[in-house]
Write a protein that binds this ligand. Sequence first.
Ligand SMILES: [Zn+2]
Length: 166
Amino acid sequence: MICRKVKANLENLLFDPESVPADVRSHVKECTACSQELASLEATMSLMDEWAAPEPTPYFDSKLAVRLREEQRSEPAGLLERMRARVLFGSNVHLRPIAVGALALLIIIGGGTYAGLMTSHPATPVKTSATIEDLKSLDDNAQVFQQLNALDQNAQDDSDNSSNDL
Ligand SMILES: [Zn+2]
């Protein structure tokens, strides 16, 4: 019975013996099973204290530097754009209904990221309503996202290849 009580208090016995009832503490000293259990927990803890992360191989740094340069070169398909493309299109080219709303929100949040594209439409009729303008922007952005998605696929293939090298 008291052995079970000791088991429940093993951690406290190790880290904060004062918090453990006196009868439990005195039992541990007398009971071989309990004292062994405490000793093994102690050993585990000291092993964890001594454990250190293994040193990376000498090539790790240079490989990492190469990867970073590659990532910087492929900057146009940045993480955010990749995420947008992934979220909005996945494998499906057509806009999903929810995606349209999300896209509109992203355009608002994204600010002028594609502003150049949105304003480059020449001679938009003055009478076009704001809604139609928005829809046109959505359409333009949809094309951009499709291109980004294609870029993303390429980048993925590239990174798959290079991770095999590592
Ligand atoms: Zn015991």
